[in-house]
Design a protein around this ligand. Structure first.
Ligand code: S3P
Length: 180
């Protein structure tokens, strides 16, 4: 077999972690991408809520962000251990923790940043059913957004999510560029 078969194998085994600010659409993009690739996906926030038997908002409001980040890292380790999972969607703060970035890299996942404007994310946050305890008002959300841009930049791939693109469009673009 020639070189192409090696490339095909690498492509078939590629695993990615989706990061980006709250409201950018990580979970929806992950869902579409997993359908396109017919592969397993995992949402880190959902895993946390299942394992903790409580909602993220309860953890953050009850124990604070630092305690939440520890729980998040513990669950990230569990998620990365599930080697059949090829698409992992992170919560928006997971990638900002250096230990988490190291764990993701060491596990061989390619990191993908879904980048968008603050207003796009904020509109989605405002009208979403999901409670975001760290982004309850526009000023707090804006500050987090600005502070995190340079850390999201450390991801392997960047995709600009324009407001007129659907999560399906974004997934298709990632499918074409990252998995081909
Ligand atoms: C957070 C993002 C949330 C969730 C938690 C903290 C953050 O996930 O993990 O509320 O710090 O950005 P989404 O990015 O899916 O909203």
């Amino acid at each position: 077999m020639g070189d192409d078969s090696g490339k095909n194998t690498a492509r078939a085994e590629k695993r990615i972690a989706l990061t980006g600010f709250m409201g950018v659409g990580k979970t929806s993009v992950a869902r579409h991408l997993a359908q396109m690739l017919r592969c397993e996906r995992l949402d880190l926030d959902s895993l946390i809520e299942i394992n903790e038997q409580r909602r993220i908002v309860e953890i953050i409001d009850g124990e604070g962000e630092a305690a939440y980040r520890k729980i998040e890292t513990d669950n990230l380790k569990l998620a990365l251990g599930k080697t059949s999972v090829r698409i992992l969607s992170l919560g928006g703060g997971a990638w900002t923790v250096a230990e988490n970035r190291d764990l993701i890299r060491e596990s061989g996942l390619t990191s993908v940043w879904l980048e968008s404007s603050f207003n796009h994310c904020w509109n989605n946050i405002r009208f979403s059913k999901k409670e975001r305890p760290l982004a309850r008002n526009k000023i707090a959300a804006r500050k987090l957004f600005d502070d995190r841009q340079e850390i999201y930049c450390l991801a392997d791939w960047h995709f600009i999510v324009k407001p007129d693109l659907t999560s399906f469009d974004v997934a298709r673009q990632i499918h074409e560029e990252v998995f081909s």
